[in-house]
Ligand binder design. Sequence first.
Ligand SMILES: [Mn+2]
Length: 383
Amino acid sequence: MTLQVLLTADNHLDPSAVQYGPRRFERKRDFQRCFEVLVNFALENRPDLLLVGGDFYDGILPGNPARAFVAEQLKHLSEQGVKVLMVSGHHDTPRSVEQGASPLAVHAKSGQVYFFHEQRPVSKTLEIDELTVNITGMSLNPALPPGADPLEGAALSREGQVKIFLTHYPIEGFEGYFGQETHIQASSIPKGFQLFGAGHLHRHQEKTLNGTHVIYPGSTERASFQEEGEKKGFVWLELDPSGIIHQEFHPTPARPMEAINCRFSGGGSLTRQVEEALKRRADVEKIIRVCVSGRVTLEQLSTYKRSLLLTYTQDKFFHAEFDENELNVLMQTPLESLPRTTPIQELNRTFQSLLAGARDDEKPLVQEAWKMTTARLQEEGVN
Ligand SMILES: [Mn+2]
């Protein structure tokens, strides 16, 4: 009498991936491949439940290829008797009536997924292998103010021999929680649950709070350079009324990412210096971000050619982007700030020089224009 559960979140299927240009379709495919690895694992090992903790899709309107792909995967899971339960997160919860419904609702209508669309705790009871399993799901509420705790004072169903909570929020005390956004306080984690699964934080991590085991399975593919050193994957769990009996983290084949800092020193071509630094890191699978920094002269700067570098990286990396924000150009003569002035002072300066350059017969006209313009500005309260 045990319950097998696969826990995942933040799959971010169908990201826009615009920065990848012609390779964006391949990049979108990366996210699908990682999810496919999870599905194949599920088809082989047949967990009772597959729980998805939000941000399953990267956006509220995923493209048809992504939806068709997901529908097919869910069909396979449903044919093998794997029950899929989902909540929605920051990316796949509608923020307005106009946006209508989450894309998860479409899958729910097909009957292959149970979607906890409500933004308060709602519980569903299932009989699995002679166990009464109570799963409480709560989708993200995008309208809550930063200080709010969606679980504070919430009434929760206590039925069932195994109780699982599934949601998508930052939780106090975890890495990546900053406290300035809507979050669940550590003290609000309900006691007596065998598992509290959460999405939102992309780093896999876990903690026991109030006696309840809280797990962020993390994202299945890297969504940003902040995740460059992290292992990506999902969690396989075996539960019984006493709690978690067995637990394994299974990696997904996320594409490697690396941020490379390139600090200029000494003379020579800057383009050459960057090329040298990149040559050693060449890997056609890798996405890189090159951050160039240092203080250079205008003359040195003329040896920095981003277009040449992009061409250079094309056959050595999956994708490269360059960031020159930390590159400072040394000026020969420092710029001096202009003296403080007012509109009227500037106007006077302009008319004085007009007057100096005017012929004698033009002077009264310039004087008149000066007077009228000044009066007009003063009428508007300018001085
Ligand atoms: Mn996410």
